[in-house]
Write a protein of this length. Structure first.
Ligand SMILES: Cc1ncc(C[n+]2csc(CCOP(=O)(O)OP(=O)(O)O)c2C)c(N)n1
Ligand SMILES: [Mg+2]
Length: 382
């Protein structure tokens, strides 16, 4: 870089003697294709995705399945038959539509609120049950070699995603990474490191931020002063946009366009998917302590599932009889998974200690012994 350009701000010189805030005028695009009744939003027809009836039904089925698994998991947890879990009810469009836009050769890197997307990637339902019951076997790569396990450490997976994407770029692979995370992740150092290096290396990665308005009990407006999360992309010279995250077609289209750009050498994209967590943060949380019923009700009207269903019905690819059949098929699928999960052998509770290092380490063995001693002291949560 020349000395002149290194000394030159993007907007030109500042008037003498004045310290100024950076210019705050910018434009963040917002993509919405379906309104709350499933009709095309005026002017959106040009961006409506070219999805076949089969693809649309696969997307819708994925969302309905995710909701039904959430319902079942909640009952199992309340009956003490499973450990704690993080429901994704209300947010299904984000990970499901994201996955429909992906190819099997693309990497799926997520956190803990993308069950729908993981199931669409091929993860068996019983594997999710194993994971939520604390079995290490729930962390295997059953969703395909290119699906990373759940990441609970907020934003850590963004660095994994950028590393994968950079490696793919060096290997000239015709594929990309889609990385999911929440609004709370944008306050982590890992977020900024990942965004920075993704842009510097022009890595083929699509960041999908599920802005569900809350990071446990912390509301979005206490998370950041930024008016949108998407604008954070500007600082990294990365394309960024906001989409209606409860509109599966908008999420699909934005992810599809970003993936095409990433695979063809155009670098990373940041997508802020505006959505809402309709249930508790995890089953250990009581959201009534920090948010109102009115707020929840207002978002229930934007539920992504009935919205897509109405759209499919209007296009003539879905009807009530198909819904009855689907509900029954899913009910059986879930009961079958519960059976497989409950009939599975009693797994080793200390299995995670086996995987810390390739070889056994005295410090880890000390921790294993401590953990097993504690287990025998604690009453089991039956
Ligand atoms: C580094 C780190 N800090 C704190 C936590 C505890 N924690 C778990 S979930 C969560 C909130 C995450 O909020 P957000 O990123 O918006 O995702 P959401 O839970 O809303 O899907 C926090 C703080 C953690 N898991 N990791
Ligand atoms: Mg959140």
């Amino acid at each position: 870089m020349s000395v002149d350009s290194a000394c030159q701000a993007a907007g030109g010189p500042s008037p003498p003697g004045r310290l100024e805030l950076a210019d705050q005028t910018f434009h963040i695009g917002h993509l919405q294709i379906l309104d709350e009744n499933g009709a095309l939003v005026a002017g959106s027809a040009g961006r409506a995705p070219e999805l076949s009836p089969d693809q649309l039904i696969r997307l819708y089925r994925g969302m309905v399945l995710a909701r039904a698994v959430d319902d079942r998991l909640l009952k199992l947890q309340r009956q003490g038959r499973i450990g704690t879990f993080a429901p994704a009810t209300g947010q299904e469009a984000v990970s499901c539509a994201g996955v429909i836009a992906m190819r099997p050769s693309d990497w799926f890197v997520g956190s803990f609120r993308e069950l729908g997307g993981r199931l669409l990637r091929g993860e068996p339902i019983e594997q999710a049950f194993l994971y939520y019951n604390g079995h290490e076997e729930g962390n295997t790569f059953a969703g395909g070699e290119r699906t990373l396990p759940v990441a609970v450490i907020i934003a850590c997976q963004m660095l994994h995603a950028v590393g994968l994407a950079y490696a793919m770029k060096l290997k000239r692979e015709d594929a990309a990474v889609v990385c999911f995370f929440g609004d709370g992740a944008t306050s982590e150092g890992d977020f900024h490191e990942a965004m920075n290096f993704a842009a510097v290396w022009q890595a083929p990665v699509v960041f999908v931020c599920a802005n569900n308005q809350w990071a446990i009990s912390l509301p979005r407006e206490k998370q950041t002063r930024s008016r949108t999360l998407a604008q954070k992309a500007i600082a990294y010279e990365m394309p960024g946009l906001q989409v209606d995250g409860n509109d599966a077609l908008a999420v699909y289209q934005a992810t599809h366009e970003a993936l095409e750009r990433a695979r063809s050498g155009g670098g990373p994209t940041f997508i802020e998917a505006v959505t809402y967590r309709l249930r508790m943060h995890t089953t250990a949380d009581d959201p009534k302590r920090y948010r109102t019923d009115e707020e929840v009700k207002a978002w229930e009207r934007r539920d992504p599932i009935p919205r897509l269903r109405k759209h499919l019905a209007a296009r003539g690819v879905w009807n009530d009889e198909m819904q009855v059949n689907l509900d029954e098929e899913i009910r059986k699928e879930i009961e079958d998974a519960v059976k497989k999960f409950e009939e599975a052998a009693d797994f080793k509770p200390d299995a995670p200690f086996d995987h810390v290092f390739g070889v056994r380490h005295p410090r880890i063995e000390e921790q294993r012994a401590d953990f097993l001693a504690n287990l025998s002291r604690e009453p089991r949560h039956e």
